[in-house]
Ligand binder design. Structure first.
Ligand code: HEC
Length: 124
């Protein structure tokens, strides 16, 4: 809950009494309320709408985001590994630092878990 409080500076005291909060950007503006929306807004630009690693920004990246439809990768990566890179970014796990961290998701576990399901869904 400490990290959630850092990410959401207002009304931290009663955080534990409240329902899950909407995800906030650093500026405090609302971003997305569902994992699908979050992926579309924060991930698809690089990873592509279908997670194929072909978003508009991907062309200039090296290494590029992988194709999440790759069954071999799906089989070898754990949910925990996915959660870790999504929260900490490439820098946090020794991968391309262009992959941004999303620490705010520590305060929105339902979105974080939903993103893992979205990514798993691309492999089916
Ligand atoms: C600015 C472009 C960019 C954005 C935005 C971005 N990513 Fe990435 N992501 C990358 C790149 C590039 C890599 C590959 C890093 C590497 O292999 O060194 C990556 C890697 C990953 C991986 C690890 C895949 C593996 O190789 O194991 C996951 C999972 C992931 N991203 C999920 C997400 C999610 C979820 C979001 C949105 C919350 C997101 N990314 C936003 C560029 C981006």
């Amino acid at each position: 809950m400490i990290v959630a409080c850092l990410a959401w500076t207002a009304g931290c005291d009663d955080a534990s009494k409240q329902a899950p909060r909407p995800v906030a950007t650093q500026s405090g503006a609302l971003t997305a309320t569902t994992p699908k929306e979050y992926f579309a807004m924060r991930c698809a630009g690089c990873h592509g709408a279908q997670g194929r690693g072909d978003g508009p920004s991907a062309a200039t990246l090296s290494p590029k985001p992988r194709n999440f439809a790759d069954r071999e990768w799906q089989r070898t990566v754990t949910d925990e590994q996915i959660r870790t890179i999504v929260v900490k970014g490439g820098l946090g796990v020794g991968k391309n630092p262009i992959m941004p961290g999303n620490e705010e998701l520590l305060g929105a576990p339902q979105i974080l878990d939903g993103l893992v399901l979205e990514i798993r869904g691309f492999g089916r």
